[in-house]
Each structure stands twice: as C-alpha cells, then as structure tokens.
Design a protein around this ligand. Structure first.
Ligand code: AMP
Length: 427
C-alpha cells in the first residue's frame, strides 16, 4: 500500500529534533526520530533511533553552528540508509497577520516570518532559518508550515482585539495565542468525547492555558507574543506596561542607541525573567523543586507565583466558559510535576476540582481527579508531531498540483485523500 514519508522538524536554541512518520490511509507510523543537541559546542550529540528505541546513529560531533548541525542531519537522511522524506512539516511560531494559517513553505513565506521575527524572538528566527535550509538541503521535497496559532483562530474579537490606538491595531497587531498544535492534539486525543467546557494547561518551559468550548478555542493566555500570559521559564508573562517603560528608561540611560536598548529589554523579558528571574536560580522546574525542598525561599516564591498565576487564569476561564467539565495538564511540567498539579488543584476547590492524591502520584495515570470530583482532571502528553503530519497530508492532498512533483504521485492521491478525511482536526 503506498505511503508518504513525512519528516517533522522542530528546532530550539541549541538543538534540532526530527522524526519521520509513514502516513498511509488512516494510519501514522513513526519510523525513526533523532536530534542534534549541543549546537555551539565542540562536543555535541547526534543520535537517531528507530520506533523500538534502537540507536541507529550515536555520535558526538563538533557542532560549531546550526548550519553544520542541520547539514549533518540532512546528509544522513539523504544518504540512502534511511527512508527519504517526501514531505516536510514545520511548527511555525509567528504572529505575522498573513501567516495565521497552515501553509506551503516558500521563500516569500520565510521572508514574511523574518519581517515579524521580533514578535517571537526565541522562536521565529530559528524556525525561518530551518525552513530555508530544509528547502535547500532536501531539493524537490515540499515543505509545509503549521501555524502554532491556527487553533486559536476561533477566538472571538473581544479576545483578540488589543486595547491600543487603531493605528496599531490596523497593522494587524492582535492576540493570536501559541501552543495551538499542542492544544489541537489534546482535543484530538479526547475525541469522540470532547467535553463541552474544557481548560487545557500547557505547562512547559513556555507555559500557557486555553479555554475551549466544544473543541474550539475561545480564549488563551498568550497574546501577540509568546512572552505574554502566565509566567514561563524565562519569560515575564503579562506585566504592568508601566514596568516595561521603567526598565526601558533604566536601560536607555546606558545604551548607545534605541535599537540596543530595545534589544536589551527584549532579553530581559524573554530570557532573564519568569521562574529564572524570580528564583535567581533556574528556569527548570526540577531544579526549583529540589531547591524548595532544601529551603530556598526565592525558589519557593517563583513556584508560588507560577501556581498563583495559573489558578487565577483557570478561574477566569471558568467564568468565560460558564463552568467546567474537564481540566487537562500537559507539557513537561504538567505531565511530570505532581507537586505543581497538586498545588494548582488545591487552589481550585471552589470550582469543583478534587484531586485524588494517589492517582496524582501514580505514573501514567490518565485521570487524576477523585471519583466524585465534579470536574474531571486528566494528564495527557501532547502529540504535536502527529498533528503536523495530519496537516501536511491534508495540505498535500488539497494541492493536487504539488503532488505531481512527487514520484508515484498518482498512486498517492487516493490514499492521501482518505487520510485527510480521517484526520481529527476540528474545523
Ligand atoms: P517542556 O518545555 O514541555 O519540555 O518542559 C520543560 C519543563 O518541564 C522544565 O521546567 C522541566 O523542569 C519540567 N520537567 C520535565 N520533567 C520533569 C519532572 N520529572 N518533574 C518536574 N518537572 C519536570
């Protein structure tokens, strides 16, 4: 049966992760996954393992730049030792008004991302770079960008419009939200029993919360940029705008240009704030929890601020949804940190959330609320790669012209359409 190998690329500040799925009619099978880690160091790591976890590549190369790291990956994947991708999917984190959809990657799309890179400086420039490299290093393979804001397109205007003068709003500046691929994957995993009133807390190094009614987003905590919303590992989350002016004026006293001052402010709010800024220790929840146990008061304050902000957001979403049927935790902290889940739920008793402590501590337990809890509380790992594969397959099947570029294209079309129909996207 013909299948389509789809490569998913996900690049962070010092790593590039990838996985290859075989997409057939209604089926997705992961064939391999891998990563290059330690970009910018002499002793990086490059590994690939198959679906059973067997290491197929295990190297410790020098990785002086992202370009060297990605070339290493592309050379191995193109070498003939691995099934070569015939389509590539990317997570696109970008607030550009014209890029709030899932789209074919073109040089023009990459240029548009670069024009808006300042709205997500930790994500957009790296994403744009990897797309450009992927077009070059995998010639003839179509690339697709999945917007991390697409899931939030159903938010009402009252949630997206920002309280600013119209000259700025007219530039397309509005709240778009992020982590949308993760949220979509949670809704998909809950099908066919998606609760009417759902709140999902995606708590990772970046953290956000969404209110979802009947599978559609009605509000989310991140706004125009991933810096907004609840406090994250190194980002402020929402703060008093007067604070930004105060810090900017302080920085400007010593800066040699307005650009330098803006760059420094950008670093303060994106890289030096959040859990790291409050604790003065780390952005890593595991480190903070260990420090709390050892009696570190700043670590305690950082963790408490995180929990406090999340409880407040969930309370406001409860009001927006007119009640709550289910709360889902996801992301590295949401999936693994039992103490954070416990502290958040302890603050939400008034909403009908009753945690079962034993279930909360049992590994791999999906439902962690008590039997008689009015609100069900669940832990669900995100499945972002699968959502990207689904969108890639759908876009390819819609773009019949581009299918002609692929080898054996005709034999794929019927299969791809069947897959697109069985995809679990909530439209
Ligand atoms: P993510 O960005 O989704 O990969 O999540 C990263 C965050 O998850 C970091 O703050 C980690 O400290 C946290 N995390 C990962 N594993 C655990 C764990 N076992 N216990 C507590 N926090 C964890």
């Amino acid at each position: 049966m013909p299948t389509l190998p789809v490569l998913i690329l996900n690049s962070g500040s010092s790593s590039i992760k990838f996985s290859l799925y075989e997409a057939g009619a209604g089926e997705r099978r992961k064939l391999y996954e891998g990563a290059v880690d330690g970009i910018g160091t002499d002793q990086g790591k490059f590994w690939i393992k198959d679906a059973d976890g067997k290491k197929l590549v295990d190297q410790s190369p020098a990785l002086p730049s992202r370009s060297v790291a990605f070339k290493l990956v592309a050379d191995v994947l193109n070498s003939g030792d691995f099934l070569r991708p015939r389509a590539i999917g990317h997570r696109m984190v970008c607030a550009a008004p014209t890029l709030q959809n899932n789209l074919r990657v073109t040089p023009e799309l990459i240029e548009e991302m670069e024009r808006y890179k300042d709205l997500a400086p930790l994500h957009t420039p790296i994403g744009a770079y990897i797309m450009r490299e992927a077009l070059e290093l995998f010639p003839g393979v179509p690339n697709f960008a999945c917007s991390d804001s697409y899931f939030h397109r159903t938010m009402p205007q009252v949630a997206t419009h920002m309280p600013i003068p119209s000259e700025y709003a007219d530039m397309g500046v509005r709240r778009v939200g992020f982590h949308g691929i993760s949220y979509e994957s949670i809704v998909c995993q809950l099908q066919p029993d998606v609760p009417e009133r759902l709140i999902v807390a995606h708590l990772g190094n970046g953290a956000s919360i969404s209110a979802i009614r009947n599978g559609r987003c009605i509000d989310t905590s991140m706004g125009l940029t991933p810096t907004g919303g609840i406090i994250s590992g190194t980002r402020t989350g929402d703060v008093d705008p007067g604070l930004l002016l105060f810090i900017l004026r302080k920085i400007a006293e010593a800066a040699s240009s307005s650009k330098e001052a803006a760059d420094q402010l950008e670093a303060v709010v994106n890289k030096r704030a959040g859990l790291l800024g409050v604790s003065g220790l780390s952005n890593d929840m595991r480190v903070l929890r260990a420090a709390v146990v050892a009696g570190n008061e700043k670590a305690r304050l950082a963790v408490d601020k995180f929990t406090w902000m999340i409880v407040k957001s969930i309370g406001s979403y409860f009001a927006e949804l007119g009640g709550l049927d289910m709360l889902v935790f996801t992301g590295g902290i949401g999936e693994n940190d039992t103490a954070t889940r416990e502290e958040i739920c302890a603050g939400l008793g008034a909403l009908g959330i009753v945690l079962d402590p034993a279930r909360n501590h049992a590994r791999g337990m999906a439902v962690i609320s008590a039997e008689d809890s009015p609100v069900t509380v669940r832990v669900i790992p995100p499945a972002e790669d699968l959502i990207i594969v689904n969108h890639v397959v759908r876009m390819l099947s819609e773009e019949s012209g581009s299918l002609a570029d692929l080898e054996q294209a005709e034999s794929h079309v019927g299969e791809l359409e069947a897959v697109a129909v069985t995809g679990c996207e909530i439209r």
